[in-house]
Design a protein around this ligand. Structure first.
Ligand code: AMP
Length: 395
């Protein structure tokens, strides 16, 4: 992906009294009408407070869930307004739909949440008429929602065709971290790709092989690669129909001078439950009634040594079934090594994807990585080397 060729809030000029249409990510986890994790609200702070302090009038555009083009109150953004006001420590208003008279009446520095953009059927189809109509309410457009940037919707891309468009501070930070990790990284680069299935990350694996010096494969997907190399993985999660694909990836890695690291010891159990009897064995010693649920300590030690030789790390996916003890050990140990190397200043570490953030939080090291992206789909598409429509629209 190219460098930061987009405009930022530094390029907007005088915005006193101007109306900014600001796309943010308010798609927070909620339970019983309460926000259970306000990470995404926190990330809105820099852009929104800066624009308000510079005298703009801000309409926050965002989606919540998948209401499928109609006003389904189960997906209303109204319950997010008070928690957002608390996080920002500012007054925050709410509008069902943008209304010209109400917008005219807003004092400078106002912040207003507009109801779920996906209540309008034109949002997800990027309907040009809707983009034009919404754009008419604003003087400029800011996109601060990297996590929605893999969608070509009105509020993530279409508006940029009608208004001067800028990356918000969170977007800017995210794009610059991602660029340092894979766009223009310092070599050697290592990628950790873990998680359940090869099939969900085929394009990620293919792209990593071309980009990185060390590809560390863990999690359930390592079983498919082990099986492709003739290892009997017992009753492990394994996509046997993808062994040819796994071999193609291994060959491509060979050609591209990318060293692929598969575990040589693993932690196995006969049942997938918390704290069952386990064995730590060489991959060739897994019996027919056992499943691989984590990579072993010898593998982790070897991988730690690999990370010590690297300058850059990009991580997606856990090394084992980390939600179930004791199969969190490898993920926790390698994440702690990466965090320590980052703190020492020898490694730039970028991680992302839903489960990965949960795994790093579980390891207690999310704050010690150089950058942790909370974007799920957008982060993966970026690792796949795809141009994200929401980022392209800012160029
Ligand atoms: P993903 O969403 O593809 O990143 O996959 C994450 C999921 O993979 C987590 O829920 C892990 O529990 C699961 N996982 C990781 N390693 C294994 C394994 N060896 N066997 C089964 N599931 C695993």
């Amino acid at each position: 992906m190219a460098g930061n060729t987009f405009k930022t809030l530094d390029d907007i000029g005088d915005i006193t009294g101007k109306v900014g249409l600001v796309r943010v990510d308010l798609n927070v986890p909620m339970s019983d009408g309460k926000v259970t994790d306000d990470t995404r609200l926190q990330s809105v702070i820099p852009t929104v407070t800066e624009l308000a302090d510079r005298g703009a009038r801000i309409l926050l555009l965002a989606h919540f869930g998948r209401p499928e083009g109609k006003a389904d109150m189960k997906y209303s953004l109204e319950p997010v307004v008070a928690p957002l006001a608390a996080v920002l420590d500012r007054k925050v208003g709410f509008m069902q739909i943008p209304d010209a008279d109400a917008i005219d009446a807003l004092p400078n520095g106002s912040i207003v949440v507009v109801e779920n953009s996906r209540f309008a059927p034109g949002e997800v189809t990027n309907d040009p008429a809707m983009a034009k109509a919404i754009a008419a309410y604003g003087d400029f457009y800011v996109n601060d929602a990297f996590s929605a940037a893999h969608r070509a919707h009105v509020t993530t891309a279409g508006l940029a065709e009608h208004l001067p468009a800028f990356a918000g501070r969170a977007m800017e930070r995210e794009l610059s971290a991602l660029d340092k990790a894979l766009g223009n990284p310092e070599h050697p680069v290592a990628a950790v790709v873990g998680g359940a299935k090869v099939s969900s990350k085929l394009d990620v694996l293919r792209q990593m092989v071309e980009k990185v010096d060390h590809l560390i494969i863990g999690g359930g997907m390592a079983n498919t690669f082990l099986a492709a190399r003739g290892v009997d993985v017992g009753k492990s999660l394994c996509e046997h129909d993808l062994t040819d694909t796994a071999n193609e990836i291994l060959e491509a890695a060979d050609k591209a001078d990318c060293t692929v690291h598969l575990p040589y010891d693993v932690v196995v159990a006969k049942e997938f439950a918390p704290n069952p009897p386990t064995r730590t064995v060489n991959v060739h010693e897994v019996t027919a009634d056992e499943m691989i649920l984590d990579i072993g300590p010898a593998a982790v030690e070897a991988l730690s040594d690999v990370l010590k030789t690297c300058k850059t790390l990009v991580w997606n996916g856990p090394l084992g079934a980390f939600e179930t003890p004791p199969f969190d050990r490898a993920t926790v140990a390698l994440a702690q090594t990466a965090a320590a190397l980052t703190k020492e200043g020898s490694l730039l570490s970028v991680a992302g994807g839903g489960d990965t953030v949960a795994a790093l939080n579980h390891a207690g090291v999310a704050d010690d990585f150089s950058f942790v992206s909370t974007a799920g789909g957008a982060f993966l598409e970026w690792m796949e080397g795809k141009e994200l429509p929401g980022v392209a629209a800012l160029r």
